[in-house]
Design a protein around this ligand. Structure first.
Ligand SMILES: [Zn+2]
Ligand SMILES: [Zn+2]
Length: 426
């Protein structure tokens, strides 16, 4: 069956294309990109995308789908629905489920549930260490054979440098990265927010930026030592960004991602103990936020990733110190990214690159382009649309977002995975 997406402007950073094109899809792949109005035969489905921009489907390197074990927060099906409604066609799922994805049986379960949901593509990441305990490595080879695309103890930091070194060496033998939640757990303790004026104002203990900077420095050194690919998750400090910039200049194989909350918000936004602003790493200061924005523009940061972290009401409606870390992000990431475009921080092309081809390159994923023959994973959005982000727009099982009630710019209108519409908004 042939599908035609007509009248859209196509932006494909992988090929540098930014022109009006009609996209012809056959058997789940891109058959051709034709000039608008050009005749094409045998079209069974026609999608009118007038006024919209069509891009490769967005790819999120950092999502917590919570299943197995925390189905009250999110299931693989609800998480995938949230993903496609936000324009994401592929998501990489973190390993801190219950049981932890440190065994191929858990990987197989995640893949089976994702197949059943049949919405976004799910790429599971496995744990680096058994039970995320930081001590002994998982059976990385076996996990890799069962379909994991990388390793991470996200939520925890691998504190033992020797364990981390071995993890890098093993992961590299399969050509996949180790993704790190780079926060020195001893320096950070269990402090609930960024260290600074606002932690003092609220009388809360603070996580110093140095807890992130020192661990990023260590891991960059280990990446240089082993030659293995390292990916820094949710980078949030000016210092850590500077270290990555230097490492890249020296040819160390490091990539990194930033989350929308770290380029939109600061510690001051915690206000009076609002737990929807509690995350790890915490919201930082103005200088850090500006450093993240600059690094998104200059290429030091490779990808925008959401760190989508659903939590039920119970674990957020409590004292700030006791509240769970994290916010949902799949449904707001695109509009927040587009705000950077409207603010002149990044170009349209760069914004789409950060959401598509760049994350694919970091993790070797076979997506991120609309060239002929590519899988037809496509996001169609209206760059002029405006809306208010309300809870009834949320497909995630959880509603823990600091952006509820916020006026948003640009909106995802349709998402296709393998040429099939999996989400449409009227
Ligand atoms: Zn993390
Ligand atoms: Zn995370």
């Amino acid at each position: 069956m042939r599908t035609l997406i007509a009248k859209s402007r196509v932006i494909d950073p992988a090929s540098g294309l930014d022109e009006p094109r009609d996209i012809l899809i056959e058997d789940g792949r891109i058959l051709d990109l034709v000039r608008p109005g050009e005749k094409v035969a045998d079209v069974a489905e026609r999608i009118d995308a007038k006024g919209c921009i069509a891009t490769p489907g967005f790819v999120d390197l950092h999502v917590h789908l919570r299943e197995p074990g925390y189905e009250q927060k999110e299931t693989i099906a609800t998480g995938c629905m949230a993903a496609v409604s936000g324009g994401f066609t592929s998501v990489c799922s973190m390993a801190n489920t219950n049981p932890v994805n440190d065994h191929s049986s858990v990987t197989a379960l995640i893949l089976a549930k994702a197949k059943e949901a049949d919405l976004a593509r799910v790429y599971p990441m496995a744990a680096v260490t058994k039970g995320l305990a930081g001590e002994s490595l998982t059976e990385m080879g076996e996990l890799y054979e069962h379909g994991v695309i990388g390793f991470t103890d996200d939520g925890r930091c691998v504190m033992n440098a020797a364990v981390m070194r071995n993890a890098l060496v093993y992961a590299n033998s399969f050509g996949v990265p180790v993704s790190v939640h780079a926060i020195d757990e001893h320096l950070a303790g269990d402090a609930p927010m960024n260290s600074g004026f606002h932690s003092m104002r609220l009388g809360l203990r603070g996580v110093p930026a140095a807890a992130e900077d020192t661990m990023v420095a260590r891991d960059v050194v280990l990446s240089a030592l082993t030659g293995a690919r390292l990916h820094i998750q949710h980078i949030s400090t000016k210092g850590a960004i500077e270290i990555v910039r230097m490492a890249k200049a020296r040819g160390v194989p490091v990539t990194c991602e930033a989350a929308p909350h770290h380029f939109m918000l600061i510690d001051e936004d915690v206000g009076e103990y609002d737990t929807n602003f509690k995350m790890a790493p915490p919201l930082r200061g103005v200088d850090d936020r500006e450093a993240v924005r600059e690094a998104l523009a200059d290429g030091t940061i490779d990808a925008i990733a959401t760190d989508h972290a659903p939590h039920e009401k119970l674990v957020k409606d409590c004292e700030f110190e006791k509240a769970a870390n994290g916010i949902i992000g799949l449904e707001t990431a695109f509009s927040l990214t587009w705000e950077l475009v409207e603010a002149g921080v990044i170009s349209e092309m760069r914004a789409i690159e950060l959401l598509t081809v760049a994350p694919c390159k970091a993790f070797n994923l076979p997506h991120g382009t609309l060239t002929k023959g590519a899988l037809a994973d496509i996001t169609i959005f209206d760059p002029k649309a405006t809306y208010t982000f309300t809870t009834d727009r949320i497909y995630s099982l959880s509603k823990n977002s600091p952006f509820i009630g916020r006026a948003m710019k640009a909106d995802v209108k349709r998402t296709l995975v393998g040429g099939r519409t999996v989400f449409a908004r009227d």
